[in-house]
Design a protein around this ligand. Structure first.
Ligand SMILES: NC(=O)c1ccc[n+]([C@@H]2O[C@H](COP(=O)([O-])OP(=O)(O)OC[C@H]3O[C@@H](n4cnc5c(N)ncnc54)[C@H](OP(=O)(O)O)[C@@H]3O)[C@@H](O)[C@H]2O)c1
Length: 334
């Protein structure tokens, strides 16, 4: 191995759409693990919409990054040197590894956990954070029942594609929204969705009226904005609206208008609720076990878009917001 540790640092806080120049490439020597520490070499890094918010100087459920910090990113890696008996060389780990080839950690400074029974793609995708988000968001907040009409935005992405498949497993009728005809076809042909709307070329309101004449029982929202409003206007009695994310607002400049149709929650005795998947960490094992069973029986498919090359990280982050990915987007770094 060379002695170079490639890193991307936060160079500036994005205004509007994230820019490649908001991240600065640098090379440092590979760090030496101290007492009780391990040296981790990253293998895959995950691209997540929440990274955009962490680049701003705004505290929410995680602390903001400071200019000059290594850009935060979830990932998988392998322990290549160890001064810690619990984590011998060769252990595969998953955690907040950051946009870098190597890091040292005692397990607390950069939290990680060992994994054995999943692939790196599964650890970051269907059996990782986004899969857990789909599972708990849909099941705990959405409370699906057989026959429910479920609508999912961002449906061909990491979270949406898993949420839709789980809704199908639960006997629901599932419609997805995505940004291309190819993605819509994939949702129906490969994942078994009952229908799909290309929100960029079709009239979403008209299509929902056609597909869901009795209204929407569960709306799983990944995008917010106008699509949330259109769905709010079409909820059925006692509907559940799961606020998972709002990607349409993450790169927006200026104040963001609230939903106009929220009062339908009163008329339809409905519930709209947000959540953060980290709050479910203690229950991840039960979710992984159930989802593994669905994967083994062919009911749940994992899909990933893997970009090759550490140097592609900034571009891949932008591409996430441009709809480049189908399923989970990640970069294979080594
Ligand atoms: N609550 C939680 O704990 C939690 C945890 C993880 C993720 N999330 C949220 O879940 C959502 C999905 O995250 P993910 O990791 O699964 O990402 P993802 O869906 O795999 O990737 C983002 C996708 O969003 C779509 N998109 C981009 N800009 C859009 C816009 N303006 N309007 C509509 N769609 C747009 C693109 O697909 P198209 O081609 O369809 O446009 C893109 O592929 C995000 O909002 C994220 O913040 C929440």
């Amino acid at each position: 191995m060379t002695n170079i540790n490639r890193q991307f640092l936060l160079a500036s806080r994005p205004v509007g759409m994230v820019n490649e120049t908001d991240l600065e490439y640098t090379e440092t020597p590979i760090p030496e693990p101290g007492a009780g520490e391990v040296l981790i070499r990253t293998t895959y890094l995950s691209l997540d919409p929440s990274m955009r918010g962490q680049m701003e100087n705004r505290a929410d459920y995680v602390a903001p990054l400071q200019i000059g910090d290594v850009m935060r990113a979830g990932g998988t890696g392998e322990i290549v040197a160890s001064n810690n008996d619990k984590f011998p060389v060769g252990t595969l780990v998953q955690g907040t590894l950051g946009m870098q080839d190597y890091l040292v950690s005692d397990g607390k400074s950069a939290p990680f956990r060992a994994f054995t029974d999943v692939t790196p793609e599964e650890a970051l995708g269907v059996l990782g954070g986004t899969g857990m988000t789909a599972y708990f968001g849909l099941l705990d907040l959405g409370e699906p029942k057989a026959g429910d009409v479920v609508v999912i935005s961002g449906a061909a992405g990491a979270t949406g594609s898993v949420a839709g498949q789980i809704a199908k497993i639960k006997g629901c009728t599932v419609f997805g929204m995505a940004g291309s005809d190819e993605k819509c076809k994939w949702l129906i042909d490969e994942l078994g969705f009952d229908g799909a709307i290309n929100y960029k070329t079709q009239n979403v309101a008209d299509e929902l009226d056609r597909l869901c004449p009795k209204g929407i029982n569960i709306y799983f929202d990944n995008v917010g904005g106008e699509i949330l409003d259109i769905c709010l206007a079409r909820i059925a009695m006692n509907a559940r609206i799961v606020i998972c994310g709002g990607i349409s607002r993450y790169n927006a400049e200026g104040p963001i208008p609230g939903p106009k149709n929220y009062f339908n929650l009163v008329f339809r005795r409905a519930r709209m609720e947000g959540f953060i998947v980290l709050d479910y960490a203690a229950r991840f094992p039960e979710a992984v076990a159930e989802m593994r069973g669905w994967m083994n029986s062919g009911q749940l498919k994992q899909s990933t878009t893997v970009v090759n090359g550490f140097e592609q990280l900034p571009k891949a982050l932008i591409q996430l917001f441009e709809g480049f990915n189908t399923g989970k987007l990640m970069v294979k770094t080594s």
